[in-house]
Design a protein around this ligand. Structure first.
Ligand code: CA
Length: 652
């Protein structure tokens, strides 16, 4: 980090009481944040390539120590800093990240006394900012009652949002768990379902100017997770959890020791969706909170539950899935709910030994509760209690368990953020990787907690089993996630099914029917990123699925070195490229009725590069062929509705 003198500040001379203004420009000068105080109210606005992306948007907060949304003045303390950092991120999006930003911290005072600082970091396509609340009247602790913090989108903006669920509803009163269907290309001026706002990340199309993604990161035990509340006039403000979450236990408002930081709120801006799909901002501004006790990322596995449900959590079935994972070259098997009663700890230890002999480790499912829901599945009452949890994890380590999947969390209150953190910290001590399910959005956790490997927080593959409607909508949903949910965090979707039918033996006519193609399934293994994957494959697929599909699923990576968006639109289609070493995987899917016929440009590969192409015909019959990248590095592709395409450059 070095200080630079070439920042530009405008203090409107003679107007310091009624109006103050200060601008921070990105390294390329094209993104400009302007901080203002108008009649004592702090705010900011954002321009990108001269277009207004955020109009004057409020800053400040009310705490139990004071109202810091009005009667404020801006002090231009703090120098402009040039942030230029590189770091490694093995678990998501890009293995090596180069982060550049201009940073400036601005102090806001009330009655001449410092109240809070706002730290802004402005990159070419990203903005991150957070508050540091300062001691007030010798008080060193506060409750933050509400934030004025908002995002005022220009008129004509359309929204791509997932509503927040009402609390204590759904299966066993387990919601919210970030599983509400998206509403695409919607008008502003709404506030979700039953006025409960929206979950992060939130995507907006700002007229013809481009796109902006709003999210937050760096949320840990020192704050709550927030949501976005729709107001009138295009304004969306930070909202805290609903009081009913966690069965009404725990405060909705966060408590903060002073001085203390809020989470970072982030904006990613672009004329196209490319910067949004490729952003690493939620990882750039956070730091690892502890060291990894082992290398966690990058494993693939299978799980019986997605096809066989609770009844399949039996010793013989899990043994069969260990054999299946071994046959696939996968490292893990996820033993889902009810293993405590249907298998038992002694037999789990036997399975762990059996798996170890085949190079396959176990992930064990746990219920998080707890006093916050009625979910009856066991094991219960372990992960919510430090003493029981640590004793259990010591047992897990003794039998070589690789990871846990903890399900059914109670919401976004600070108390729940504390629980997520406590589980992660303890698990790292015992060398255990952690997947969260029925949970919140991970907010920078891949970098903050090195043994955090994935989270659900999406309408995931289980719904394909539960209901034909979700199978019918599978492609539509799948074209959304690479642009929104998966841009800011690992996504434990548990998909890529090759069964035609979601039932134990792939029996025709029973359960919901997959209407997407095999190539679509392969494509989602590339499109949906999670550094630990448990695919919805079944042992029968070794013989009932095409061999090229099984071979692909054997070799597809779980972690990647780079990502590039090629083309797409949420709800219509997506084509993106991920790189592992020297190998590019270009994956596309199409949800539109019309077959997508397009020419894509692959400048990352040289002309003449041999390519393996997985493709569908109009009836969704998949096939694989080899071809070469034409001279101009353009290649024509066709993707029918519910179909896919995958191109892989030949590594030989
Ligand atoms: Ca779920």
């Amino acid at each position: 980090m070095r200080k630079i003198k070439s920042f530009f500040i405008v203090l409107l001379a003679g107007c310091t009481l009624s109006a103050q203004e200060l601008s921070i420009a990105s390294p390329d000068g094209n993104t400009i944040v302007t901080l203002t105080v108008n009649d004592g109210r702090p705010g900011y606005s954002v321009r990108h390539h001269s277009a207004v992306f955020l109009r004057s948007s409020p800053l400040g907060m009310q705490t139990n120590l004071g109202d810091f949304t009005q009667a404020m003045a801006m002090e231009t303390t703090g120098e402009l800093l040039n942030i230029d950092e590189t770091y490694e991120l093995s678990s998501i999006k890009k293995s090596k990240v180069h982060y550049r930003a201009h940073e400036r911290t601005v102090r806001f005072t009330q009655g001449g006394r410092p109240a809070f600082d706002v730290q802004f970091r402005v990159s070419n396509n990203d903005i991150a900012f957070r508050y540091q609340l300062l001691p007030w009247n010798n008080n060193l602790a506060c409750r933050v009652l509400s934030e004025a913090t908002g995002f005022s989108l220009p008129e004509g903006t359309s929204t791509f949002l997932s509503p927040q669920s009402k609390a204590m509803v759904g299966f066993a009163r387990t919601m919210p768990s970030y599983e509400m269907p998206y509403r695409l290309d919607d008008a502003m001026g709404k506030n979700g379902s039953e006025n409960n706002g929206y979950t992060f990340p939130a995507l907006f199309k700002v007229g013809k100017a481009g796109w902006v993604l709003v999210s937050e990161t760096g949320v840990d035990s020192r704050y709550c997770g927030s949501r976005l509340m729709g107001q009138s006039g295009g304004l969306y403000t930070i909202g805290y959890p609903m009081p009913d979450e966690n069965n009404g236990n725990g405060t909705a408002e966060p408590g903060l020791a002073l001085p203390g930081y809020t989470p970072w709120r982030t904006l990613t801006l672009g004329a196209t969706l490319q910067p949004i799909v490729e952003t690493t901002i939620v990882f750039d501004v956070v730091k690892p909170l502890y060291g990894a006790s082992r290398d966690y990322a990058g494993t693939k596995g299978s799980w019986s539950w997605i096809m066989k449900m609770d009844g399949g959590t039996r010793y013989d079935v899990q043994k069969e899935y260990i054999d299946f994972s071994a046959a696939m070259g996968y490292e893990t098997v996820l033993v889902d709910a009810l293993w405590d009663t249907q298998i038992g700890k002694e037999k789990i230890a036997e399975l762990a030994r059996y798996g170890a002999g085949k190079g396959v480790g176990l992930y064990l499912w746990y219920n998080s509760n707890g006093y916050w829901n009625d979910a009856p599945q066991g094991p219960r009452g372990i992960m919510d209690n430090t003493i029981a949890r640590r004793a259990e994890m010591a047992w897990m380590r003794s039998i070589g368990v690789k990871g846990i999947k903890v399900d059914f969390f109670g919401g976004d209150k600070q108390a729940t953020m504390q629980l997520y953190e406590d589980i992660l910290v303890d698990a790292n001590e015992y060398g255990i990787a952690v997947v969260f399910h029925g949970c919140t959005l991970p907010r920078g956790w891949e970098r903050m907690y090195p043994n955090f490997v994935s989270a659900e927080a999406v309408l995931a593959s289980e719904n394909l089993h539960f209901n034909q409607h979700h199978c019918d909508r599978e492609a539509w949903n799948a074209t959304i996630h690479p642009f929104i949910r998966n841009t800011v965090g690992s996504m434990d979707f548990g998909g890529s099914a090759l069964n035609k039918f979601y039932n134990a033996h792939n029996t025709p006519g029973r359960g919901s029917k997959r209407i997407t193609s095999e190539v679509f399934a392969l494509a989602t293994a590339v499109l949906f990123q999670s550094s630990v994957q448990h695919f919805a494959l079944a042992p029968g697929n070794l013989t009932d699925a095409p061999s090229w599909a099984i071979d692909f699923m054997k070799q597809v990576p779980a972690t990647w070195d780079d990502v590039q968006l090629i083309d797409g639109y949420p709800g219509k289609y997506v084509i993106l490229a991920r790189r592992k070493g020297d190998t590019w995987y270009i994956a596309g899917i199409n949800a539109q009725q019309e077959t997508l016929k397009t020419t894509i440009s692959l400048p990352m590969l040289s002309a003449g590069t041999p390519l393996t192409m997985y493709h569908d015909d109009a009836q969704l019959n998949g096939a694989v062929k080899t071809t070469r990248l034409p001279k101009k590095q353009h290649i024509q592709i066709e993707i029918p509705q519910n179909g896919g395409v995958v191109l892989v450059n030949d590594r030989r």
